[in-house]
Design a protein around this ligand. Structure first.
Ligand SMILES: Nc1ncnc2c1ncn2[C@@H]1O[C@H](COP(=O)(O)OP(=O)(O)OP(=O)(O)O)[C@@H](O)[C@H]1O
Ligand SMILES: [Mg+2]
Length: 324
């Protein structure tokens, strides 16, 4: 096996299968992240795998796109430790639209940032399967607006492609396709300050899809929008997703939104967040937002999710009330 000598960078194994993304010291303590490339990760020997994940095999199936085992995160803040996540066991198969709901402050953004590689976990293990190394593993749509104010709509949407040196013509075609998909064709040369909040979020969504990642990580992307725009964007997102069937992890405070979009809703506990319930959403696709919401089955399932969430929201409120 060949490895990065100083233990600080990614470590590539000669089987061509596994890239360990954490420093060696962390590997020794069993906090391992690995990206399995080309679906060949399972070609590793038992001994190699044992070494990689600190002696304990990840329990997920080899087809999982995302898998965590006992994942935890502790922040060292100025006024002490903050346990943001604890013992998160999660398996998301390829192509699934997975929604996560949970009370404010329970660690949803932290979890997503760990999946995006923007934050390191402090306990447990994480595995992401990267099937096509020529494409980005993931793209994130952030909770707050995150497009570049000095770039036009089309430059924002094409940014990731440009960074990956996708050729001009191909890039223009992809950008045009997604700008059109999110209904911004007439604004493609506009700058963000000339757009409404909803339009800016559409640019973020178009940019994420144009990047063509294997995993799309979305952190309350429509939270700041009015009801009508939210519904329209949900429908647009559904249409684009149904074409691409990417693996999506979508965080929301809205049970309705989770049920309209997801194949599954995970409910998180109040802080420190862990998974409390895993509720399948089996409404047929393609889905029409308003029609679906009007159905009795929708109301029943929404009530089911709320029954799981209610206690956690109350607990989070009680804890907030006593926090300094
Ligand atoms: N960089 C940080 N340093 C210290 N504590 C942090 C940091 N980032 C997040 N936290 C804490 O971790 C906990 C989880 O935060 P997080 O942002 O993940 O919650 P959330 O579920 O996304 O909340 P919301 O629904 O309000 O967006 C909170 O207690 C927060 O204060
Ligand atoms: Mg958040």
């Amino acid at each position: 096996m060949a490895g990065a000598p100083d233990g600080r960078e990614s470590i590539c194994y000669s089987a061509g299968a596994v890239r360990v993304c954490r420093p060696l010291e962390q590997r020794r303590r069993g906090r391992v992240s690995m990206v399995v490339e080309g679906g060949r990760g399972m070609a590793l020997t038992e001994a190699e795998l044992g070494e990689l994940d600190g002696g304990t095999r990840l329990r997920e199936s080899p087809t999982a796109k995302i898998a965590t085992e006992q994942l935890g995160k502790v922040f060292q803040a100025r006024n002490g430790r903050v346990v943001a996540l604890r013992e998160v066991d999660l398996v998301i198969p390829d192509g699934q639209f997975c929604c996560i709901v949970g009370p404010s402050g329970c660690g949803k953004t932290t979890l997503l940032r760990i999946l995006a590689g923007l934050e390191e976990h402090t306990d447990g293990r994480l595995k992401l399967t990267h099937a096509d190394p020529t494409k980005p593993l993931n793209s994130m749509v952030f909770q707050e607006q995150s497009i570049f104010p000095w770039m036009t709509v089309e430059s924002n949407v094409g940014y990731g492609l440009k960074m990956r040196r996708v050729g001009g013509r191909q890039r223009r075609e992809i950008v045009e396709y997604y700008v059109d998909k999110v209904g911004l064709a007439a604004f493609r040369r506009a700058y963000p300050h000339q757009l409404s909040g909803g339009m800016k979020q559409r640019v973020s969504v178009a940019r994420a899809f144009a990047n063509d990642p294997e995993i799309l990580l979305m952190d309350e992307p429509f939270a700041a929008l009015d009801e009508q725009n939210k519904n329209l964007l949900q429908e647009e997102l559904l249409k684009i997703w149904e074409e691409s069937k990417k693996t999506v992890v979508f965080i929301t405070h809205s049970i309705d939104e989770a049920l309209v979009l997801g194949d599954r809703v995970l409910v998180m506990t109040a802080s420190p967040g862990t998974l409390k319930a895993d509720i399948p959403v089996e409404f047929p696709r393609p889905r029409q937002v308003y029609e679906l919401k009007a159905s009795p089955a929708f109301g029943e399932l929404a009530y089911n999710v709320w029954s799981q969430l209610r206690d956690e929201v109350m607990r989070a409120r009680d804890e907030e009330a006593v926090r300094p």
